[in-house]
Design a protein around this ligand. Structure first.
Ligand SMILES: C[S@@+](CC[C@H](N)C(=O)[O-])C[C@H]1O[C@@H](n2cnc3c(N)ncnc32)[C@H](O)[C@@H]1O
Length: 304
């Protein structure tokens, strides 16, 4: 069977089951260890029968158990890098890339303001003393936020990033540690109930906390999420706002003056989080949208 025939057959099954047809491309790309572009470029080549059978099996499992492809394959791409995932961590979401982007913009502005040179700036002063930026990721899960920020910032030669990442789940931290090793970044991972294991101050606190209400969990979640992401990663107590409230109220003790607090928020949660931050000693509180034009990120600076 040709690659194109296999893709056509599996996409048809996915379409009939109301699932994303693109999943068939993701599966073949994983099985063939090639990018989706490379797979499509070779679509007239013959597919070996082992690969074909594996692909069929995986797509059938995707449909019959509503299991996300990333949980079956154990891998998910986030911000251009592959991360290991399993049932103990939230599947990385594309919308979370908006949080990375928003935080990187702010950090780069800061780097510019303090005069640390980027590799892109001609004549960068390599003998300048590195600026240390301390970042805390609360509820790191698979580690995507901490690791992506560390990787993106490592190209800036004159800044030194000290990254701390916490989670209450030991099993999630195990995955995050493997991902940090995979990407060659040094992160101080700590088991912690929010700030419990934190006793220092940071320039940036970032968090994509559990933000679904108990009601939404019980009544509104798709089976892909409800049955395959850990409840611990999803539910922010009864209202869904528990972690925002806790983190906003306490972060002033863990942020340096002028430090940045940045959240991912759920659909329609931005207004309340923005209001709380503005009332609680944060300035320049801003809301940013994700690629689907949903208000997804709220961030602001601790007033000096
Ligand atoms: C929505 S997931 C985010 C995971 C990852 N940062 C991401 O963006 O994909 C929230 C994470 O918070 C963790 N968590 C839940 N309760 C926590 C608590 N009390 N303290 C710290 N982390 C917690 C969960 O285990 C989960 O890994």
């Amino acid at each position: 069977m040709k690659i194109s025939d296999c893709l056509k057959a599996q996409k048809e099954k996915l379409k009939n089951a109301g699932k994303e047809e693109r999943d068939a491309e993701v599966v073949l790309s994983c099985l063939m260890q090639k990018s989706i572009g490379e797979v499509l470029a070779k679509k007239d080549d013959e597919l070996n029968s082992k690969c074909e059978k594996q692909c069929q099996k995986i797509i059938d499992r995707r449909i019959s158990k509503n299991e996300p492809i990333c949980k079956i394959m154990g891998i998910k791409n986030f911000y251009g890098r592959d991360f290991m995932v399993n049932k103990h961590v939230l599947s990385p979401r594309q919308c979370t890339e908006s949080l990375v982007e928003a935080v990187l913009i702010r950090i780069k502005e800061r780097i510019k303001n303090v005069g640390a040179a980027s590799p892109c700036s001609p004549g960068s002063h390599s003998d300048a003393t590195p600026t240390t930026i301390k970042i805390l990721d609360i509820g790191t899960g698979s580690g995507i936020l901490a690791i992506t920020l560390a990787k993106e910032l490592e190209t800036f030669k004159n800044i030194e990033v000290k990254m701390v990442a916490t989670d209450i789940s030991k099993k999630a931290l195990k995955v995050a540690k493997k991902n940090a090793k995979l990407h060659g970044v040094n992160i101080d991972f700590r088991i912690s109930d929010i700030f419990e294991s934190i006793n220092e101050k940071f320039d940036v606190i970032v968090s994509n906390p559990p933000y679904i209400s108990e009601y939404e969990f019980d009544n509104e979640l798709e089976p892909e999420v409800k049955n395959h992401d850990p409840k611990l990663a999803l539910v922010g107590e009864e209202s869904g706002y528990y972690f925002y409230e806790r983190i906003i109220n306490r972060s002033i003790h863990y942020l340096k003056p002028g430090g940045l607090l940045a959240f991912e928020v759920g659909h329609k949660q931005s207004g309340l989080v923005h209001a709380w931050m503005s009332q609680k000693n944060f300035k320049d509180v801003t809301i940013r949208k994700d690629y689907n034009a949903i208000e997804r990120v709220v961030l602001g600076y601790h007033r000096d």
